[in-house]
Design a binder for this molecule. Structure first.
Ligand code: FDA
Length: 305
């Protein structure tokens, strides 16, 4: 209930203005977001990669309804690539993109998002880096997979996130056989007609998906902080004769950081999803919705000052 209120708030302009206008919000946001500037993203990338972790960088933004903003997002990624190259940080870094930030919601947006994503992939390709396309709410799955299919014709290493909560996802995972796929549980409020509603069902679907990915020939990216999922992934990797690096773990910046380091130290490839930029509101609200304790932490920060 609380989580659906928070997810609905993630899309409310009025609540966005209220939350982002509060002076103390920033200190809590910093737990989940690397910072607003490119320099912050580079600094965090340097720290994480020095500690043996890999990163996937997300220039924050979503639901863009302005063409100039979509192009600015593309350019922000191009600047990010330049900065990573200048700082010698390309080896352990990739980027994550949201097609809604690249203009998909605009009139003719599918072509605009594809063009912008293509420019990002071409820049990544020149640096031997990879790109993973995030998945947004269920209405966007088909258009996202269409763009990913087009991108993969030129850049076969393009990855995509698939959400185990969606009933359709097992079919999508079969269609994506041989690809880089990030399996996640799903962060959006979805109706029962398209999505499992209980945690147990979402988790069971996750394990079924993980089995398909680990048995397949692609590169599974295990996007979860759930200790049971991590343990099952390790078992499935072993069972399928996979070496670390032929699959990877991924977790979000600021969540279970000690576990991220422990997995990296145990020889696993651990990639941290590092969001940066000033458009952090939607991302932040989804993190609050995932865990009521985060909301308590957020509210406590007001009381304790
Ligand atoms: P679950 O929610 O069951 O949590 C397991 C445990 O992890 C919790 O008990 C807690 O300890 C910890 N935890 C989880 N969330 C936390 C939080 N916010 N704060 C503190 N602790 C937390 N979703 C999507 O719809 N599209 C996408 O493209 C992506 N991309 C993506 C990339 C990566 C790298 C990750 C890790 C996740 C995503 N997600 C996503 C988000 C994903 O769908 C999901 O909402 C979160 O990962 C939470 O689910 P868990 O699998 O961690 O399990």
């Amino acid at each position: 209930m609380l989580s659906s209120v928070l997810l609905a708030s993630a899309r409310s302009e009025r609540i966005r203005r209220l939350v982002t206008g509060m002076p103390l919000t920033r200190s809590v946001v910093d737990r989940f977001v690397a910072g607003e500037g490119l320099g912050n993203a580079i600094e965090v990338t340097r720290g994480l990669t020095r500690a043996g972790l890999s990163v996937t960088l997300d220039h924050l933004g979503e639901d863009t309804t302005d063409r100039a903003q979509a192009d600015r997002t593309r350019d922000a990624y191009l600047e990010l690539f330049e900065a990573l190259a200048e700082n010698g940080l390309t080896k352990d870094a990739e980027v994550s993109v949201k097609l809604s930030a690249l203009g998909r919601a605009l009139p003719g947006g599918q072509a605009i998002a594809l063009d912008n994503a293509r420019a990002i992939c071409a820049a990544a390709d020149r640096l031997a880096m990879t790109v993973t396309v995030d998945m947004e709410d269920h209405t966007t799955v088909d258009p996202t997979l269409d763009v990913v299919r087009d991108l993969r014709a030129d850049f076969p290493w393009v990855g995509v996130a698939i959400q185990s909560m969606l009933r359709r996802s097992e079919g999508d995972l079969r269609d994506l056989a041989g690809s880089r796929v990030r399996l996640v549980k799903g962060a959006y409020a979805e109706p029962a007609s398209v999505a499992y509603q209980s945690k147990a069902e979402v988790d069971r679907a996750y394990v079924r998906g993980l089995r398909l990915l680990m048995e397949g020939t692609g590169h599974p990216m295990v996007g979860s902080h759930d200790p049971r999922i991590v343990a099952i992934a390790l078992d499935l990797a072993r069972l399928n004769g996979r070496e670390p690096g032929s699959y990877e773990f991924q977790m979000l910046y600021g969540i279970r950081a000690a576990e991220q380091r422990r997995l990296a130290e145990a020889g696993e490839r651990m990639r941290v999803y590092v969001p940066y930029g000033d458009d952090w509101y939607g991302y932040f609200m989804r993190r609050l919705a995932e865990r009521p304790a985060n909301l308590a932490f957020f509210l406590r920060s007001f009381v304790s000052r």
